[in-house]
Design a protein around this ligand. Structure first.
Ligand code: A3P
Length: 331
């Protein structure tokens, strides 16, 4: 009831006071919580999710760091697993933003203090259940991490991670701030933002730890975690749509291949087609309370060359070498 809610919010107020903080991007501050930089509002939601979320074997968790292609991944996964349910004429993706079809655990599902959402209704209409998240692997609920640990490749909740070149992700976040940063917080200059980014001070960052965390899991448990790259997917969408479908347990049949279903899904979820839909041109509120159109800027690989100075390129290259250099994650 209300009292429990009040208690819970006091609990989180106390917690916030105890956490190191930095200036935020879209919010006043970011807090150092569970070894990542987190906006205040999401902290109780993440705690609730860790306490209450019970993963089912058929669940699919789509994980990203913000601005690395979450919207695209949600659209593709939704289209793949629901392709028997919806034809190209009446497809929900034509009238709903992908974020309205695949909710974020921390922004939506567990957004209310101490409130355990009834996920059974979504189970009935949506099997398998699809969720999005930005939290690092270590902060996923135990039931997500532990399910499917029986070495049976056909069971257990699955996690898909989409990774994007940090140069492009920085530029994408930077532009996104124009719609997402409230004027009341005052401006954030590109120099300041870049400095924060290089230090890993970004929502759910350090981004290097985020990527490496999921990368490591994808190597150790490839049937459990699939690691995808935005750039690869742009280059050969069909190949990765097939790979994603197989990983999720929904491989395309020969007949579907012949009928061009892979191409149909790739087209439906492409930047161009999503961007042109009415819901994405004039709709609002799929994430935060901003216009849906700010989720579709350019959708290209390498746009950073148009925005970063040679100094910035040199700096970020060095930072990436330091943080990712020893790993297979080279960009
Ligand atoms: P740009 O700002 O570089 O254009 P997220 O969905 O995680 O918020 O990421 C947003 C980025 O993905 C934006 O990048 C956006 O344009 C791009 N994007 C959105 N929909 C896409 C799609 N269907 N295909 C490819 N990129 C897409």
């Amino acid at each position: 009831g209300e009292e429990a809610e009040e208690e819970q919010s006091n609990e989180s107020k106390q917690l916030l006071l105890s956490l190191p903080k930095e200036r935020g991007w879209r919010t006043n501050h970011l807090y150092w919580f569970q070894n990542f930089w987190c906006p205040a509002k999401e902290i109780p939601a993440i705690i609730s999710c860790q306490r209450y979320f019970q993963a089912q074997d058929s669940d699919i968790i789509l994980a990203t760091i913000p601005k690395s292609g979450t919207t695209w991944l949600k659209a593709l996964a939704f289209a793949i697993v629901n392709r028997k349910r919806f034809g190209p004429k009446n497809h929900p993706l034509l009238t709903s933003n992908p974020h309205d079809l695949v909710p974020f655990l921390e922004y939506k599902v567990y957004a209310n203090y101490n409130h355990v959402p009834d996920l059974s209704s979504s189970t009935r209409s949506c099997d398998p259940r699809l969720f999005g998240t930005h939290v690092p692997y270590a902060s996923l609920s135990d039931s997500v991490k532990k399910s499917g640990n029986n070495n049976n490749n056909d069971s257990g909740c699955r996690v898909v991670y989409l990774c994007r070149n940090p140069f492009d992700t920085f530029i994408s976040v930077w532009h996104f701030l124009k719609s997402a940063r409230p004027a009341s917080l005052g401006p954030l200059s590109m120099e300041e933002a870049f400095d924060m980014y290089c230090r890993g001070v970004i929502g759910f960052g350090p981004q290097w730890d985020h990527m490496l965390g999921y990368w490591k899991e994808s190597i150790e448990r490839p049937h459990k975690v699939l690691f995808l790259m935005y750039e690869d997917m742009k280059e050969d969408t069909g190949f990765y749509v097939r790979k994603l479908a197989e990983f999720l347990g929904y491989p395309f049949s020969l007949e579907e291949e012949r009928e061009g279903v892979v191409e149909e899904i790739s087209r439906l979820c492409s930047f161009q087609s999503l961007k042109e839909l009415e819901v994405n041109k004039t709709g609002k509120g799929a994430v935060f309370n901003i216009e849906n159109k700010s989720l579709f800027r350019k959708g290209e690989v390498g746009d950073w060359v148009n925005h970063l100075t040679p100094f910035m390129v040199e700096k970020l290259t060095k930072v990436m070498q330091q943080n990712l250099g020893g790993s297979a994650l080279a960009f």
